[in-house]
Design a protein around this ligand. Sequence first.
Ligand SMILES: Cc1cc2nc3c(=O)[nH]c(=O)nc-3n(C[C@H](O)[C@H](O)[C@H](O)COP(=O)(O)O)c2cc1C
Ligand code: SF4
Ligand code: SF4
Length: 263
Amino acid sequence: MTTRIYYFTGTGNALYVARTLGEKIGDAEIIPIPGTADQTSIAHTGAVGIVCPIYMFNLPYIVIDFIKKLQQPDYFFIVFAGGGETGNCIKAVKKLADAQQLRLSAVFNLAMPSNYAPFGATPGETQKAYFAAAGKEIPRIAQVVNDRNQYVEKRSTGFFQTWIHPGILYRLGYRYITFMDKGFSADERCDGCGVCEQVCPVDNVTLNDGRPEWHSRCQQCYACLQWCPQEAIQYRDKTEGVPRYHHPNVTLKEIIKASRKEL
Ligand SMILES: Cc1cc2nc3c(=O)[nH]c(=O)nc-3n(C[C@H](O)[C@H](O)[C@H](O)COP(=O)(O)O)c2cc1C
Ligand code: SF4
Ligand code: SF4
């Protein structure tokens, strides 16, 4: 029975991981989560996996909505392809699965370069180290899935990782994710190409008179900012001059395809 890997991505890390994992698993199809937005129930006999980034030490909202619609598959797993700092993620996904009466068999944490531009860019050499480590880790994940084994990644340990990072500020901030697009603006380099509108996975960007406008249903995936060909989109005063990031083996065309709600 085919394994279905549903993924959510802004800058391609999760797409790359989903695709590579699918190849290693063998009989697998990969499906973008935005394409399921109009479905009221997701059912599949066989294994179902999710590959997604981490936002503010938690799950992307769109992934939470997806899990709420998921019917119990034969085997259910999730791969966090975030920046490695799971914070509250493992606890949160278990709690969510329990609430849906879903058996979650495996949870993996696969560190990838951070796309959170306000904190700067991950240097090229460090990016290469992440990709090399992921290259070794993905076959191991595929083996666990194919063997239908139970596996839950250890939660982060240490004072900063368990208390400071996912602490009160981030918990409060997480609630405002959809409105955080108020910090985005386009500078004078914007030429009205429309890429920001095309890559947004939740139709949160539209062009008005050739200029982007954001509509406060943001996922904070950073696709609009990171894929703008002119590097014209800024987050407040934090991203001017910060090198833009996307996974080197993922193209703009693939991201546009992944962001469409209609499949
Ligand atoms: C708004 C925002 C918040 C983030 N918060 C976290 C976090 O709490 N922990 C973490 O490990 N990575 C965090 N990241 C990094 C992304 O999860 C990571 O770069 C991920 O691989 C991006 O996946 P994508 O390329 O598929 O979009 C954050 C990124 C963004 C844009
Ligand atoms: S992608 Fe950049 S240049 Fe193109 S319309 Fe959006 S902000 Fe302007
Ligand atoms: S507005 Fe930008 S950051 Fe927000 S969901 Fe759309 S593409 Fe992602």
